[in-house]
Design a protein around this ligand. Structure first.
Ligand SMILES: NC(=O)c1ccc[n+]([C@@H]2O[C@H](COP(=O)([O-])OP(=O)(O)OC[C@H]3O[C@@H](n4cnc5c(N)ncnc54)[C@H](O)[C@@H]3O)[C@@H](O)[C@H]2O)c1
Length: 384
């Protein structure tokens, strides 16, 4: 690839997109951002890009559902990073049509324009996929050390506070293992189904037309710029905004469910590698740290950083509510050997350091805690 490219980042005004923009600008590329500034993410901004967006990038206000606007934004573009999406897993379970229109149909619009109108100049395309497409992560049977597909957790099991997935036909809990890209996909939400669609659409269109395509399966991304006001996004941002409002965050199940938390600057670096390394062509690749952290553990780390003098304060102890959300999985963390092998990717930010960066930013924000409202909406729909 030539040294300076003209690159479109859809969703480039968002949390992850804006860091990808920074990383691309730093590499000397010309970057155009295409983003509708979704009010749930950005608040009411009157079409003005967020302050954190690089001044070296061109900002175009537009919606991926608007084919004409997208067509104009594709003018002269060499490479597309597709980050635009509606991102709330729980919300996607009742705003089914809106999610599918923005995510799946938005991707259809983009790909159709690329192959029918911009084929002569588009040389590479990279899509934000997600660990959510796996459903439950990988598990092994501790007795045999073989991979197993545990039994789906039933409502009855969860109602009794029995959280761990069991080995089929037994009472034995399955043991979580790093989840590699060969794990069969079992998306458990409309959002995850949309992300699987986006990934498969990019890879299949890319292969058919010989346009190198890469799908990066991000694990749980955290860091500055994540919307604190959006009650449907990252757990790090949600917990932080609770603590900032002097309240204890609510933790579903028993809090010991695990995720793979990766700092947003590592995600941005993986995207640059996906641009530069042809070994990644036509591949779906995990981007995580390879390390599991419990949700409760994360809440406690955030409390210690935000209110070091109140770590024992009963008012701020994470509330283990014992409730569960439809479609939630128990454990999923990444096997990142493919990213290492194909792209030379290595996560660089330790969770402690990444959290310090998140906190520094959170302190400067005015965080409205809307998690009660979000929980009410889910409860009304019996999704909790
Ligand atoms: N945050 C995570 O943990 C995570 C994990 C896996 C995958 N992802 C994916 O990464 C991408 C970025 O997510 P994020 O966490 O930065 O979320 P975000 O909400 O901060 O960013 C998404 C951006 O897309 C824009 N957008 C939404 N709908 C649009 C539309 N119809 N047209 C144009 N722009 C639109 C929003 O205004 C926002 O700026 C998404 O594709 C998401 O599915 C995120």
């Amino acid at each position: 690839m030539s040294s300076s490219l003209h690159i479109l980042v859809t969703g480039g005004a968002g949390f992850i997109g804006s860091f990808i923009v920074d990383a691309l600008v730093e590499k000397g590329h010309r970057v155009r951002v295409f983003d509708c500034l979704d009010p749930q993410v950005h608040g009411e901004r009157d079409g003005k890009a967020p302050e954190y967006l690089s001044r070296d990038a061109e900002f175009v206000l537009g919606d991926v559902r608007d084919v004409e606007a997208l067509d104009k934004a594709m003018d002269g573009i060499d490479v597309v990073f597709h980050e635009a999406a509606a991102v709330g897993v729980a919300q996607s379970m009742y705003a089914i049509r809106a999610y599918t229109e923005a995510n799946t149909m938005g991707t259809a619009n983009l790909l159709e324009l690329i192959v029918n109108k911009h084929r002569d100049h588009v040389r590479r395309m990279i899509v934000a996929s997600s660990m959510s497409i796996y459903g439950e992560g990988r598990y092994v049977d501790p007795a045999t050390n073989q991979f197993v597909v545990p039994a789906q957790r039933t409502t009855r099991q969860l109602d009794s506070g029995d959280w761990e997935p069991r080995i089929q036909g037994t009472d034995r809990p399955a043991q979580p293992a790093p989840c590699d890209e060969m794990k069969p996909l079992e998306p458990t939400s409309i959002y995850a189904i949309n992300k699987r669609d986006q990934e498969e659409m990019f890879l299949s269109v890319g292969r058919a037309y010989g346009i190198p395509a890469v799908a990066l399966r991000y694990f749980n991304v955290y860091g500055s710029r994540q919307a604190l006001s959006n009650p449907y996004t990252g757990v790090g941002a949600i917990f932080s905004s609770c603590y900032l409002n002097g309240r204890a965050p609510r933790v579903f199940e028993d809090g010991l469910q695990t995720r793979d938390f990766i700092h947003v600057t590592d995600i941005a670096r993986a995207n640059v590698l996906a641009l530069e390394r042809s070994e990644a062509d036509y591949e779906a690749i995990n981007v995580g740290t390879g390390r599991p952290t419990s949700v409760l553990g994360l809440a406690k780390m955030l409390l210690a950083k935000l209110h070091p003098d109140r770590v024992e304060d009963p008012e701020l102890q994470p509330k283990i509510v014992g409730r569960f959300r439809a479609g939630d999985i128990r454990h999923c963390y990444g096997d990142i050997s493919k990213a290492r092998r194909l792209m030379g990717f290595e996560p660089a930010v330790r969770l402690e350091d990444g959290i310090a960066e998140l906190i520094e930013w959170v302190r400067k924000q005015e965080a409205k805690d809307l998690s009660d409202q979000a929980l009410k909406e889910l409860s009304q729909r019996r999704l909790v």
